[in-house]
Design a protein around this ligand. Structure first.
Ligand code: FES
Length: 104
């Protein structure tokens, strides 16, 4: 289980996880050790490799949930199909999205 910040309610990552996300260009530091829940889920599920596509993947994933379209694996894959990943991180991206959806 990911630790949550008592001040912001954002998930906190280990320093190694934060550095991996930041070095891949996936996230901008929100606070000390804090990133958006979707960014944290992408890191936990290894949903990126080079990180080139990841900002767009994360923005689409956040919108997918906000619009209530993350109802099934098929819906997630269909909604995210416009985001091309040359590294082939596709299997882990829906897992990250499902985790954030489940956390509500
Ligand atoms: S992680 Fe490299 S293009 Fe998607």
């Amino acid at each position: 289980m990911t630790a949550m910040s008592s001040t912001t309610g954002m998930p906190t990552l280990s320093s190694g996880e934060v550095e991996r996300v930041l070095s891949a260009g996936v996230a901008t530091r929100v606070g000390d050790g804090e990133v958006h829940p979707m960014q944290a889920a992408f890191a936990r599920h290894d949903a990126f490799q080079c990180g080139y596509c990841t900002p767009g993947q994360i923005m689409s994933a956040v919108c997918l949930i906000a619009e209530g379209r993350a109802n099934s694996e098929e819906d997630i894959r269909e909604f995210m199909s416009g985001n091309i990943c040359r590294c082939g991180a596709y299997p882990n991206i829906p897992a990250a999205i499902r985790e954030v959806t489940a956390e509500g």
